[in-house]
Design a protein around this ligand. Structure first.
Ligand SMILES: [Zn+2]
Ligand SMILES: [Zn+2]
Length: 369
């Protein structure tokens, strides 16, 4: 039997009797990172990379969670489990599973570009690699981050000259902090939406240096007189929340901005190509580095990636089912029409009151827009 199989509740390791990023509550859940398409509330025990523990608690409340440092092995019923940097967001990890000389790596979401908010993606040798494929089309090639941030700086400067507040939409966990961390020239006050504020102490405690921010109240935005940069989650796009700020210029930071027309469909003034996921060359490189003979492909453009890998003839590739087709608005990346996928998101399990605020949690309705 394979070391990891696909089951009703997601990826399952029968030798260790645990699931990786299960779709519904299980006895033992091993978690790659805290985006809501990977982390669900209700499991009895959670195991994750140590830097993800506080992030996980912020998402699902005070659950039974154990952390393992990157590279440290944990024995689960004779199966060796370890976490290795995925370069995706704070605390994100690939899960390496070893049993009787067989190694399987579950990548979770990853990127191969640098990111000041998390350690870089670590290539791992394995027999079986399970990869994401959010941007698995050859058109997706990321520009250099320094070039993107130069454009970003020019945009902020131009808005200030016109007395407009600059509002950038970026997913509240991961992308928003990456945007902040990449800002080279702090031209004015940086104000943040409430959805981001809850993660600020976690990033500070993790020792990640971000520019100073304060809550984006109407008064703070007015006082800044068009000089401020506001960072907000994509759910605030087109919402009444934005209207109170007066004249604004809007932008989205997302890998989807690589495609012509994506910015217009979002109804924003500017698009900055900045993704938390690997681009096509990054995916191909990461897969080749594993030396795996078997590759399973999940999340996003699974068919093109699978076909390409099989045509190359070096690996045996297969697309696997996911409950979450496309990442959904939650990640601030995929929208269904942009991802070319049908988003089918099952109803969310009950959430503890501490995190069930409409401002901070995506809903099925939001994910489908
Ligand atoms: Zn993610
Ligand atoms: Zn994901």
């Amino acid at each position: 039997m394979a070391l990891v199989e696909i089951s009703q509740r997601g990826l399952y390791c029968s030798a260790g009797d645990f699931y990786v990023d299960p779709w519904s509550p299980v006895d033992r859940a091993v978690i790659t990172h805290s985006h809501s398409d990977h982390l669900r509330w209700g499991s009895k025990k959670y195991l994750t990379a140590t830097p993800n523990v506080p992030v996980l608690r912020a998402r699902v409340g005070d659950v039974d969670v154990a952390g393992a440092a990157y590279g440290e092995s944990v024995d689960i019923h004779g199966v060796r489990v370890s976490f290795h940097p995925a370069g995706h967001i704070l605390g994100s990890a690939q899960v390496r599973i070893e049993h009787r000389g067989e190694v399987c790596v579950v990548s979770g979401d990853y990127k191969t570009d640098g990111d000041p908010t998390c350690p870089p993606f670590e290539p791992l040798r394995c027999n079986h690699f399970i990869t994401e494929a959010t941007f698995a089309l050859p058109i997706y090639r990321w520009p250099r981050t320094s070039d993107v941030m130069r454009e970003f700086d020019a945009w902020w400067q131009a808005n200030q000259a016109e007395g407009r507040t600059s509002v950038v939409f970026a997913y509240a966990l991961g992308k928003a902090q990456r945007v902040l961390s990449e800002i080279t020239n702090v031209r004015g006050p940086i104000l943040i939406h409430g959805a981001l504020a809850r993660f600020a102490p976690i990033y500070a405690a993790a020792g990640i240096e971000l520019p100073a921010t304060e809550y984006a109240s109407q008064e703070a935005v007015r006082a800044a007189k068009g000089a401020a940069l506001v960072v907000a989650p994509p759910s605030a796009l087109g919402s009444p929340w934005l209207r109170k700020f007066g004249p604004v210029s809007t932008a989205v930071a997302s890998g989807w901005m690589r495609v012509r027309g994506a910015r217009r469909r979002r109804g924003v003034d500017r698009g900055f190509v900045l993704s938390d996921h690997a681009d096509w060359p990054g995916l191909c490189w990461a897969i080749a580095e594993t030396g795996a003979e078997e590759v399973w492909v999940t999340h996003g453009y699974t068919e093109p990636m699978t076909r390409y890998l099989n045509e190359q003839g070096k690996v045996c590739a297969r697309a696997i089912e996911t409950r979450f087709k496309g990442e959904g608005a939650d990640e601030g990346e995929a929208t269904p029409e942009e991802a070319g996928a049908n988003v089918e998101i099952a109803p969310l399990p009950p959430l503890p009151a501490a995190v069930a605020s409409p401002e901070t949690l995506p809903t099925a309705g939001e994910a489908a827009t």
